[in-house]
Design a protein around this ligand. Structure first.
Ligand code: SF4
Length: 202
């Protein structure tokens, strides 16, 4: 997972941006061992529709309460997400980068205003995300706010995150978050179903 951190480099107050409950489990455990104090930030204006946003937020909050960590919910503003993502809606890489930048920027702004000295994110748990773009956007957001960005690549935690969240009966979404990712995921599922049908012996 992450490289060992020297005590002198440890953040004392860390704001951990989290996208959902399942992706929170492993990073939270790892980062609680690194930082003296960790708070979770739910900053996800990308999630569509609002009912889905609430379901992911409630799942995350329930888990955080179980393990005794505070959650701050930052403003949910789908119009702000659309303003940054719509101009690049058709280019997945650019769209996701803009989406990471918005969410991590929001978390960094909150962290700087409330006495945190570093931010991190759970986004790198998912093998479907771009860890390089996440690191670059995290660094950029943290630098702008005068903070440190703790880059951790959590992709190898993904199977364990899936196992533990299933075992806990947690809600697990089947698309990344935005309306475009919902459409893309539905199309991919339909394609896989059609391919399986074609492969069946006749
Ligand atoms: S696919 Fe996911 S990361 Fe990319 S823009 Fe949509 S919600 Fe954001």
């Amino acid at each position: 997972m992450s490289a060992p951190v020297h005590t002198a480099c440890r953040p004392s107050r860390l704001l951990l941006h989290a996208c959902c409950g399942p992706c929170l489990i492993e990073p939270l455990e790892a980062l609680r061992a690194e930082a003296s104090y960790v708070t979770i930030a739910f900053a996800n204006s990308n999630i569509h529709p609002a009912e889905e946003y609430e379901r992911r937020r409630d799942t995350l909050q329930a888990y955080a309460a179980e393990v005794g960590v505070a959650v701050v919910e930052l403003a949910y503003d789908p119009a702000e997400w659309a303003a940054v993502a719509s101009p690049v809606a058709g280019e997945r890489e650019a769209r996701c980068r803009a989406c990471y930048g918005l969410r991590l920027g929001q978390a960094a702004g909150y962290a700087a205003a409330h006495g945190y000295d570093a931010i991190a994110t759970t986004l790198t748990v998912s093998p479907y995300q771009d860890p390089v773009a996440i690191a670059q956007e995290g660094e950029r957001a943290a630098r702008k706010a005068g903070l440190r960005y703790l880059h951790r690549d959590f992709r190898e935690c993904y199977p364990e995150a899936v196992r533990r969240s299933r075992e806990a009966g947690m809600y697990r979404q089947n698309y990344c978050g935005c309306v475009l990712s919902d459409v893309e995921a539905q199309r991919q599922r339909a394609e896989r179903k059609a391919a399986r049908r074609t492969a069946l012996p006749r």
